[in-house]
Design a protein around this ligand. Structure first.
Ligand code: G16
Length: 552
């Protein structure tokens, strides 16, 4: 032990086994570190150390580490940290994580840790506790070993939650830290999570007509075993058919299936082509089960997608209705948080009814903005989102004296919703149950839900560029400030299309720049997106020989 309180020699010797690749700069991005699994060993080791330091900083409360690359292709992997209340890592710590991940030598690793300890005023004598889990990616076990070496180096008391979903890990963190307290979040186990959700769901649908079977596309990921457990628990209260549940075959994860495939390609996963009946409800999870997209086929077999925006509209309207029915109008205000990806038609629909805020991409931004409402409904169009009930709202619900049986029922429903919804983070399975509850109460099929408003046709395009960090944005990512002059060119294009809107931003999870475009007509939305993609490609110095042929 050195005078600084660090086990310097032990850290150095463990660090020796996890050298940083010389040519890679790592960055804690939208959802932690995320890149090819094969280059993440040193990052995992160092994240183990950061997690220990974070727990010490939080007075020994448990923090979480999730090893996943979520919607990314199978060879990718990643890691994100979860703070004691179950939410994303505090933003100021992201730069500590980035600094440590990029330290080049063992000495620099020690120096960086010492500097973090000093800057963040960490008392190293405090205990450190970390709960961690991984998804089903083949690179997971080796990366978890590196993470465990990091725990050893800094003296963490670890708890391995095994292979599970990102939302379960977030749940566990909050449940562990609230154990035995008045605000206990639930039993601190995966079973505790499932029974919390399952019990609340059954309570909410008691007496409702039986639901028809729902197809779940599990993206061949960790959502498959999780959905299976949930399905067993729900029994007849929600008949479920699981598809894309292969978690052992190589390269099938998120491949031609899953929430990102459906949202980006706006198509049915090919594996469901002969299984989904017209009018039947289906939904897709992503690789770590924190995103949810619904869809259905109409009578003519045409595909219709119900994305995060449609989920927000459905859920927000339902909560507003219950608040009114419970006699709490005026006492509880509901608000919605979206990002620039929200379809213009959804923003129009919602802002005519409720306060709506637009924030940059990334759950952490949405979550914090939603905390400012009594009930904050936040969803990214990609299906990532949840609903937050403030502490004051929880107390209002607990103390409210209903004046009629109708008020009492609505109040009970609201209280059950606070149990059903995973308030720590977007959770595909919890959101799915929430959607099913609303559809049941409203007697909606996908068609009625879809008709709340009509989406503007839209298109998402990825552009591979040499340096995505050259693209900088402002105004919740709706405008580019660099490269200089590009925003004016984009606006010039936008103005040529009816209801045209487009924006460009660097991805925080993939090495690409993303282009979004919408317009009144599908062909025009596509044309606008490919024109803007072409501009971005050329502006970033893309090789004309490799220019994708669809770029205009
Ligand atoms: C993560 C974040 C989401 C974000 C998505 C895409 O999702 O948690 O908030 O929308 O990445 O981010 P970007 O466009 O910056 O790549 P997931 O489901 O992959 O963890």
């Amino acid at each position: 032990m050195s005078s600084s309180g660090l086990a310097v020699e032990e850290i150095k010797s463990l660090s020796e086994a996890h050298p940083k690749p010389a040519d890679i700069q790592f960055q804690y991005g939208t959802a932690g570190f995320r890149t090819l699994g094969s280059v993440l060993d040193s990052v995992m080791f160092r994240v183990g150390i950061i997690a220990g330091l974070r727990s010490k900083k939080c007075d020994g409360r448990t923090v979480g580490v999730m090893v996943t690359a979520s919607h990314n292709p199978e060879p990718d992997n990643g890691v994100k940290l979860v703070d004691p209340k179950g939410e994303m890592l505090e933003a100021s710590w992201e730069s500590y994580a980035t600094r440590l991940a990029n330290a080049t030598t063992n000495d620099e690793v020690i120096k960086t840790i010492e500097s973090i300890v000093e800057t963040a005023k960490i008392d190293l004598s405090k205990p450190a506790k970390v709960v961690y889990a991984r998804d089903t990616r083949p690179s997971g076990p080796t990366l978890v070993s590196a993470l465990e070496d990091g725990f050893k180096a800094i003296g963490v008391e670890p708890r391995n939650a095994g292979v599970t979903t990102t939302p379960v890990l977030h749940y566990l963190v909050r449940a562990i830290n609230t154990k035995g307290e008045r605000c206990s979040y639930g039993e601190d186990s995966e079973e505790g999570y499932f029974s919390k959700l399952g019990d609340a769901f059954k309570k909410l649908v008691t007496g409702r007509p039986a639901a028809s079977p729902l197809i779940i596309d599990c993206a061949n990921g960790v959502g498959a075993p999780a959905a299976e457990k949930l399905s067993e628990l729900l029994g007849n209260s929600l008949p479920i058919i699981l598809e894309n549940t292969d978690i052992t075959t190589k390269d099938v994860l998120n491949n031609g299936c899953g929430a990102d495939y459906v949202k980006t390609s706006q198509k049915l996963p090919p594996s469901l082509a002969n299984k989904l009946q017209p009018g039947q409800r289906a939904c897709s999870l992503d690789g770590d089960a924190d995103r949810l997209i619904y869809f259905y086929l109409d009578n003519r077999g045409a595909f219709h997608m119900l994305d995060g925006d449609k989920i927000a509209a459905l859920v927000a309207a339902f909560i507003v209705e219950l608040v009114k029915l419970a006699g709490l109008e005026g006492l509880i205000k509901v608000g919605v948080v979206q990002t620039a990806y929200a379809n213009g038609a959804s923003t129009k629909y919602l802002s005519e009814r409720l306060p709506v805020k637009c924030v940059p991409t990334g759950v952490k931004h949405l979550h914090h903005a939603a905390e400012r409402y009594d009930v904050g409904v936040y969803f990214e169009a990609n299906g990532h989102g949840t609903v937050l009930f403030s502490q004051v709202t929880m107390e209002t619900l607990a103390q409210h004296q209903p004046l009629s049986p109708a008020q009492s029922r609505a109040l009970e429903h609201l209280i059950s919703l606070t149990e059903l919804i995973n308030q720590t983070v977007g959770d595909a399975l919890s959101d799915m149950l929430l959607v099913e509850v609303v559809l049941s109460y409203k007697s909606y099929s996908g068609i009625e839900w879809d008709s709340l408003y009509v989406d503007l046709p839209n298109r998402l395009v990825k552009v591979v560029v040499a340096d995505r960090n050259a693209f900088k944005t402002e105004d919740a990512e709706r405008r580019l400030v660099s490269p200089e002059g590009l925003q004016q060119k984009i606006e010039g294009l936008m103005n040529r299309y009816q209801s045209g809107r487009s924006f460009v931003r660097p991805s925080g999870t993939e090495d690409v720049v993303r282009v979004y475009a919408e317009a009144a007509i599908k062909s025009q939305a596509d044309e606008l997106a490919f024109r803007v993609a072409g501009l971005v490609y050329d502006e970033a110095g893309g090789d004309p020989a490799n220019r994708p042929k669809e770029f205009l």
